[in-house]
Design a protein. Structure first.
Lengths: 495, 219, 261
């Protein structure tokens, strides 16, 4: 089994990508503006909900419960979906999922008597995760993204930079250029309305003519075998209704037990993702309904690394994610760099834990360190994923892996940490080290600050000043000014 | 091939769960029992009275720039005719089961969706249907597949949706609304305002795909 | 009351003045302070960076040192967060029932500095005098993990002559984040730039916090930009509460150059 998560295997580490992006003022402005807008809208919508915390608790409980009984619910979903006329396929990894999709598309294209198969796609990060578009194109199948932002990203041969607003790194002039080139237009206005109008016209043709649709799903309901797609633009409704054949790719963690559980998630998701009480459209369908929608409906249930995450509470909890993007909008790190710094389609705080775990801790290893552990993400996560705790858990796994290699064991950080641990366990040596540092700092001291520090400390002084060590440590002051007793009963009371 | 994959995925999950020493304490009863114990302290019933609920709903619809028309059953046809006149339209799509009494008798060409092929289906720019239930808190109307509400394409392709709504179809919360959906495996669409995108510079634009206008005829 | 002090390794080495202020203040309020001198660190740096095995003996040592302490004060919110959030987990993961017992007995006796004053001692006015404009930066640990709420602000407002002025964007991380500050130094400093913008906008003379780590980050940025010029001074809440008419805290004493502490 080879798990693939977008381009994570090829991307450089976070600090390197971040360095480039921190110089990109345009992107930084766009990111800041976008995240500010959604963050503020979300806050308003959450404030008006006195039972917001109750909803979060319920959502976390539902997801936790589902994951603990996942085989049961996956089987129930499959049974009910098939009973309603759907077909269910299972894929262990990206390649298997793409192979299945390609086979189904070819069959559908043959039925439509179409020579060059085309598919219309509604937003699904899962398909980006498995590199579906590339796989389809390699087989002579043309995928058309129909979400406005994904269309922009596709036309720009670019990468998404946010879970909910993937093209936020593009301004409208850049978008206009792309539309002019790709839609075969000779003129086009510059306002957002003009661009959206052009997209509406261009895509309607595709919706009505292309007979094969591909979607993801926000929720797969076990009790009824139903699938739910949450969206704003209406292209989702088009793609799941108009084509004769529909293929829906669903990560196995998307399953929820019962239809009624939607009452929890459909309140949390729109408010968290776009700051709306309810998003414009939700489509919920089950199998096939004669005379209404596709005649062939296929579900591909996808593993691609998710089962790796089932053996530990923190790891399972990561799978609670309903892809709302609220953590990205709240994250002070994401706010500085934008999504491309993470080198994964899953960026921001959730990306920092999901991407390495899907990859079995083989790639995206720098991501768990791309965080100051401030906890702003956890506060807004509608399904209460304790992202900071998970980051620390993953850091533990990374260190453990590194300690098993010579290079890792002997790295500056590892040696430094081991030395520090030793000192912390041996108070007399710790005190001696404090004194030594104070004497030794003379080399680096100038006007009360330390300059030109070597090694890891240089990371500090490159951007900030560092104050020189004070002339006495606290414990030295205590020993000189208070009677030294570990368990003292009298005290001198001197200043 | 898919059978192998199915077995591997399910088997791996089971083995992984078994490998977590803490899981034993977490799974001690059947899924049904465990599900029943999930804490649900969020609001699931109405807090507002009927009048407040309705006012809230009307407010939300107005927020979406929807038109509200208040009439009785006898007045539906006129309300439809009026809405179409204002929209400058003369061709109306209706699902097969929409009552004849709702339809204007003059000036409007009515096309019933008796399994229409694509071209005649996508020509009308106005469609008339009832709905199943509406949610006041978010201004959402919910449609199910039925003879009167039609297939999904019928309320997706036109530009203007006229929806007939009885007051007692409006509930405050989504929890109550979901209880009113009896055919849970039929295609269901929830609609809260026209489609929208904020993908271009975070400027919210309405009406990307799907009807850009909603007229609610409220009885 | 007999109060044991856990100073925190970085306070011990870099910010002894904060410890001195805690001791002087508590003694002035009539309490006895005990400082077990073998103490070193709470284990946070190792634990948060992923060196979980290395953190374990450090934590066990601390638990042992404070076995008999009835009340423990820690002038570092991040250390208290480490204890409350991770000590039980560490004992659980190590399958160490004995340690778990120690942790369960330890936790109820630990107070972050502002918690000690308001909750344990029941005071918001400690008789402090500090006639200056002061703003407050809530460190992420104190804000989100300890939920100290408005305790620090109430304490500031209880200081005679002090003019409290709130800070915009106060809930945004300063960018320190422990080893994050050096492992992702560039992003850390970008976050710091935002925070300094908010700090300056507050128009205060001093910015107070419960964690010297944040203050070190903020001071490092301010000093890089403004050097020894007249500027806002970061200072730990304890040092402000320790300022009295008789022994006032001065901006000069916080200067880098020619520091005497």
């Amino acid at each position: 089994m080879t798990v693939r998560v977008g381009h994570t295997a090829e991307k450089p580490a976070f600090p390197i990508l971040a360095h480039e992006l921190l110089q990109d003022d345009q992107t930084r402005r766009n990111v800041r503006h976008a995240t500010n807008v959604i963050r503020n809208k979300r806050a308003l919508r959450v404030e008006e909900m006195p039972d917001w915390q109750d909803l979060r608790t319920a959502a976390h409980a539902i997801k936790t419960h589902t994951l603990l009984h996942l085989p049961h619910y996956l089987e129930e979903f499959e049974r009910n979906c098939i009973r309603a006329g759907g077909q269910v396929h299972w894929a262990r990894d990206a390649d298997e999922a793409n192979t299945i999709a390609i086979r189904l598309i070819r069959k559908a294209a043959a039925r439509l008597a179409v020579e060059h198969p085309e598919v219309i796609k509604v937003k699904t990060m899962t398909s980006d995760e498995i590199g579906m578009n590339r796989a389809l194109e390699r087989e002579g199948i043309t995928p058309w993204e129909t979400d406005l932002a994904d269309m922009i990203v596709q036309m720009g041969k670019d990468e998404p930079s946010h879970i909910v607003v993937p093209a936020l790194h593009k301004n409208r002039h850049q978008v206009r250029e792309l539309f002019l080139q790709n839609m075969g237009l000779t003129e086009l206005g510059t306002e957002a309305e003009d661009l959206t109008g052009a997209a509406r016209h261009y895509l309607r043709k595709k919706f009505l003519e292309v007979g094969i649709g591909i979607s993801g799903a926000n929720f797969a309901i076990a009790e009824t075998g139903s699938v739910c797609v949450v969206e704003s633009e209406g292209n989702g409704r088009m793609c799941v209704t108009m084509p004769k054949t529909l293929i829906t790719l669903i990560g196995i963690e998307k399953v929820i037990p019962k239809f009624d559980d939607l009452e929890v998630f459909l309140q949390l998701l729109p408010r968290s993702a776009t700051g709306e009480r309810m998003n414009p459209y939700n489509s919920i369908w089950t199998g096939v309904t004669p005379g209404d929608g596709p005649e062939q409906f296929h579900v591909i249930l996808l593993d691609n690394g998710r089962t790796r995450m089932m053996a530990n509470v923190r790891e399972r909890e990561t799978l609670n994610c309903i892809r709302c993007g609220a953590c990205l909008n709240q994250c002070p790190v994401y706010r500085e760099t934008g999504g491309h710094a993470y080198g994964s389609i899953y960026s921001g705080p959730i990306g920092a834990i999901l991407s390495p775990q899907l990859n079995g801790m083989k790639y995206s290893r720098s991501l768990p360190y791309a965080s100051s552990l401030c906890g702003a993400c956890y506060e807004v996560c509608p399904v209460k994923i304790n992202i900071p705790e998970t980051l620390i858990h993953l850091r533990g796994k990374i260190v453990e892996q590194d300690q098993n290699t010579l290079a890792g064991k002997l790295s500056q950080e590892s040696m430094g940490m081991k030395m520090a641990a030793h000192l912390f366990e041996h108070p007399k040596q710790y005190e001696a080290a404090q004194r030594l540092a104070r004497t030794g700092q003379g080399l680096f001291e100038k006007d009360g600050q330390l300059v030109n520090l070597p090694g890891m400390a240089a990371g500090w002084t490159q951007y900030r000043d560092l104050r020189a060590l004070p002339k006495q440590s606290f414990r030295e002051w205590w020993k000189r000014n208070r009677t030294n007793r570990g368990d003292g009963s009298n005290w001198s009371g001197n200043e | 091939m898919s059978d192998d994959a199915r077995f591997t995925v399910l088997d791996t999950i089971r083995r992984q769960l078994a490998a977590d020493p803490d899981v034993e304490t977490l799974i001690d009863d059947s899924p049904e029992e465990a599900y029943a114990r999930i804490p649900r302290t969020y609001q699931r019933t109405a807090k507002l009275n009927r009048e407040e609920t309705l006012e809230l709903f009307y407010d939300r619809l107005r927020d979406y720039d929807s038109e509200l028309v208040f009439t009785d059953e006898a007045g539906i046809a006129n309300a439809v005719a009026q809405a179409m006149r204002e929209a400058n339209e003369s061709l109306l799509l209706v699902p097969a089961g929409v009552p004849q009494e709702w339809l204007p008798q003059n000036d409007i060409e009515v096309r019933r969706d008796f399994d229409l092929p694509l071209q005649p289906l996508e020509e009308p720019r106005v469609v008339l249907t009832p709905c199943t239930v509406a949610i006041a808190m978010s201004g959402t109307i919910i449609l199910e597949h039925s003879d009167e509400q039609g297939r999904r394409a019928a309320t997706l392709l036109p530009d203007h949706h006229i929806c007939v709504l009885w007051r007692d179809q409006v509930v405050e919360t989504i929890a109550e609304a979901l209880q009113r959906i009896t055919h849970r495996t039929s295609p269901i669409t929830t609609i809260a305002g026209p489609s929208a995108t904020s993908d271009i510079e975070m400027t919210r634009i309405r009406g990307v795909h799907g009807p850009r206008r909603l007229t609610a005829i409220i009885l | 009351m007999r109060i044991h002090l856990f100073i925190a390794c970085y306070n011990d080495t870099l910010f002894p003045r904060t410890g001195m202020a805690v001791v002087n203040l508590l003694e002035r309020l009539g309490h006895e302070v005990v400082f077990p001198t073998s103490q070193t660190c709470c284990g946070q740096m190792h634990y948060n960076t992923g060196y979980h095995a290395e953190a374990l003996p450090i934590v066990r040592k601390l638990l042992h040192e404070f076995l008999d302490a009835e009340t423990i004060v820690v002038p570092s919110a991040s250390c208290v967060a480490m204890m409350r959030d991770h000590y039980e987990l560490m004992a659980h993961n190590a399958n160490d029932l004995h340690m778990m017992g120690d942790v369960k007995s330890f936790l109820p006796r630990v107070f972050e500095f502002s918690e000690l004053i308001t909750d344990k001692l029941g005071l918001t006015d400690v008789g402090a005098y500090f006639p200056h404009r002061v703003t407050y930066h809530p460190s992420c640990h104190s804000l989100r993990l300890l939920n100290v709420g408005d305790r620090p602000v109430r304490l500031l407002q209880g200081v005679e002559g002090l003019q409290y002025t709130p800070m915009e964007g106060s809930d945004q991380c300063c960018g320190f984040g422990g080893t994050f500050a050096v492992k992702n130094a560039e992003v850390s400093s970008a976050m710091l730039a935002d925070k300094i913008g908010c700090v300056k906008k507050s128009n205060a003379e001093f910015v107070a916090a419960l964690d010297n780590s944040c203050l070190m980050q903020i001071d490092g940025g301010l000093h890089r930009e403004l050097g020894s010029r007249d500027r806002i001074r970061p200072v730990h809440l304890a040092e402000i509460l320790n300022s009295t008419r008789k022994n006032p805290l001065t901006a000069e004493s916080l200067a880098w150059e020619g520091a005497t502490a």
